[in-house]
Design a binder for this molecule. Structure first.
Ligand SMILES: [Zn+2]
Length: 225
């Protein structure tokens, strides 16, 4: 059922992008499906826009995506969807034992710093407007602010009710990075076989203890897919 719902949403999303032109004219759509460690399906999609339908300015970027919590009173439906699908964490100092924490730092670099306006650095990486406006959302019993919002598009979030992360990129380096991500291959696990403590006495006779296999990990969702 998870896979079927995902496929329906994915097909509709691609149709919205290509045929319904929700972001304008798109000349190429490239995507890959991966199954993450917990086994859930995930699509990485790269869009190439028509020359006249690109989004070159800071205002364009602010128009197509946001990394800020919406106003709870004016737009409660959007506020709830952001809380449910798009907030990262809590992690960092607020929750040091979060699964994304490694050596005291979040592997996805949250919480992010506040920025008053959107900028694009010299390497072509965008830094999105993430204002310190005092708005918070409660997640796992902790109030988190704009520092934990992932980039998203309001329309897509409300239509698909899913973790739809939308990023802007225009430089070759970012595109190379995306293609690398799209082709990173399957998750793998190293499995080992070992004897139970009860058979320790016969330790010397058994070679199987040191058998290790490098295995491809396939979740139930991926099997269904
Ligand atoms: Zn984190």
């Amino acid at each position: 059922m998870v896979c079927r719902a995902f496929k329906v949403k994915l097909d509709r999303l691609i149709k919205d992008i290509r045929k319904n032109k929700i972001f304008g004219r798109v000349i190429t759509v490239v995507y890959t499906i991966e199954f993450q460690k917990r086994g859930l399906p995930h699509a990485h999609i790269v869009l190439f826009f028509h020359h006249d339908d690109k989004y070159p300015t800071k205002e364009d970027i602010n128009h197509i995506l946001s990394v800020e919590i919406p106003n709870k009173e004016n737009d409660p439906v959007y506020y709830e969807a952001v809380g449910k699908h798009i907030m990262h964490g809590p992690c960092g100092d607020l929750k040091k034992d979060s699964p994304c924490m490694e050596s005291g730092k979040c592997i996805r670099h949250f919480p992010k710093r506040f920025f008053d306006s959107t900028t694009v650095d010299e390497d072509g990486y965008p830094i999105y407007r993430r204002r310190e406006d005092g708005r918070t959302i409660n997640k796992s019993g902790i109030d988190i602010d704009n520092q934990y919002v992932m980039p998203h598009n309001r329309k897509l979030l409300l239509k698909y009710r899913a973790h739809v992360n939308v990023e802007w990129c225009n430089q070759l380096r970012s595109i190379e990075y995306l293609f690398k991500y799209m082709n990173k291959g399957h998750d793998r696990v190293t499995a080992s076989f070992y004897k139970s403590a009860a058979t320790d006495a016969e330790e010397d006779d058994c070679d199987e203890v040191s058998m290790y296999y490098d295995c491809r990990y396939i979740s139930p969702c991926e099997v269904a897919w």
